[in-house]
Write a protein that binds this ligand. Structure first.
Ligand SMILES: Cc1cc2nc3c(=O)[nH]c(=O)nc-3n(C[C@H](O)[C@H](O)[C@H](O)COP(=O)(O)OP(=O)(O)OC[C@H]3O[C@@H](n4cnc5c(N)ncnc54)[C@H](O)[C@@H]3O)c2cc1C
Length: 369
């Protein structure tokens, strides 16, 4: 289903394919990623001007721009291929700037109100409030969801580390109860690498049913595995993360089946770069006589990753969007480091990106394109 690199990379010029190839080659060397991370942090602290290097090397691959305005080219490019964009203000860990972060997120909602191709908005609660303290600031979060509701723009709430996720869960459940009475505005995120999440998913579905509101669920495997395992060892508790990848995959598939079986009550947003997970969803849709463009089902990948999945799915008529991260280069460094680490640790994915890029470059060379 995803072998067609001509479709997968049709938005890319030869120059940008070569640039991506060089970047993924670098990212496949985990030693280099570790050294690069160290140098980046130091140069940032010493205020050494590195913006140009970062922009050329990483930023252009994984981010849409520094502002919403700058993301417009990227959004329009994706639009040409029927792929939606999800503007993601990805400035992480700067809680002192929460009011500005709220403003930026509301700007993404206003932009989405004017452009149907901006399919969802998204935010991380930890960018707006402290957790595990008595100073949880619900006002900013509530205001954002109110603006989303007033403008009928669905909004995804990212899932984070397990030690703050319990609080995020409670807040999100309340937001869904408040804003999802008629349509699904607030989407919760379920990380299926956690041992308890399949049961949790079923529990919140039952509550929503009983209280008569709709739920939207972003299904992901989960991004913080190493951090979770290390913390569990440090404090001597059982890791909340499945012991094996196979177990995470099993729960991911079961969650997907559960959501499809309850599609009249649950809207699905599938956030994955796993080909088999995407194929499974397309098969379940066929089995349940659901149209490819059923508005309750959405596929999504991150900008700069797994274009072969996004472009081939959209070509076949499925609803697809890319997360388009944006923000000032310096403040995007933590996001970029996470992308670099993910690509250097999820070995299979980097190898796959590289071999697809090579395949497409060779095809173009053969056909003198
Ligand atoms: C659009 C989108 C939105 C996302 N939003 C979020 C979010 O809100 N919160 C969040 O946490 N993540 C989020 N992610 C990241 C996601 O959780 C995964 O980290 C990432 O997508 C890799 O998983 P995969 O399904 O794409 O691919 P795969 O390569 O199939 O899976 C890799 C994942 O499997 C799990 N895994 C790997 N090895 C093991 C093991 N030994 N034991 C148990 N589990 C294992 C880990 O979760 C790992 O990240 C998002 C991803 C996308 C594409």
């Amino acid at each position: 289903m995803f072998d067609n690199t001509e479709i997968g990379f049709k938005s890319k010029s030869n120059k940008s394919l070569k640039k991506s190839k060089n970047l993924f080659k670098l990212l496949s060397l985990s030693f280099l990623v570790k050294v690069g991370k160290f140098l980046l942090i130091i140069s940032n602290k010493l205020k050494i001007p590195t913006n140009k290097i970062i922009k050329n090397l990483f930023f252009d691959q994984f981010c849409g721009g520094e502002t919403i305005e700058e993301c417009k080219d990227c959004i329009n490019q994706l639009k040409k291929f029927n792929i939606g964009s999800i503007l993601d203000y990805s400035v992480e860990g700067n809680i002192n700037n929460a009011k500005n972060t709220k403003k930026e997120i509301i700007n993404t909602i206003n932009a989405a109100k004017k452009d149907n191709n901006l399919t969802f908005c998204v935010f991380k609660m930890s960018a707006l409030t402290k957790f595990n303290s008595d100073k949880i600031n619900l006002d900013l979060i509530n205001d954002i969801c109110q603006v989303a509701k007033d403008n009928l723009v669905p909004i995804l709430i990212d899932a984070e580390e397990s030690w703050i996720q319990d609080e995020i869960d409670i807040i999100t459940e309340n937001l869904m109860a408040k804003f999802n009475k008629e349509t699904t505005i607030v989407f919760h995120t379920i990380q299926l690498y956690r041992k308890d999440r399949l049961d949790y998913l079923k529990k919140i579905h039952k509550i929503a049913k009983a209280k008569n509101y709709k739920i939207g669920l972003k299904l992901v495997r989960g991004a913080y595995m190493e951090k979770e395992r290390n913390r569990a060892i440090k404090y001597g508790y059982e890791s909340p993360i499945h012991n094996t990848k196979k177990d995470s995959d099993k729960d991911f598939n079961l969650a997907l089946e559960y959501c499809i079986n309850n599609i009249n009550e649950i809207e699905i947003f599938l956030g994955t770069h796993n080909e088999n997970s995407c194929i499974l969803l397309t098969e379940l849709m066929i089995k349940n006589n659901l149209k490819k463009n059923d508005s309750r089902i959405h596929f999504s990948q991150l900008l700069g990753m797994s274009d072969h999945i996004s472009f081939n799915l959209s070509e076949k008529g499925y609803n697809v969007s890319k997360y388009v991260p944006f923000g000032p280069i310096k403040e995007m460094i933590p996001y970029l480091i996470r992308r670099a680490e993910e690509n250097s640790s999820v070995k299979g994915q980097t190898t796959r990106e590289l071999s697809l890029l090579n395949k497409e470059l060779e095809r173009r060379k053969r056909q003198s394109i």
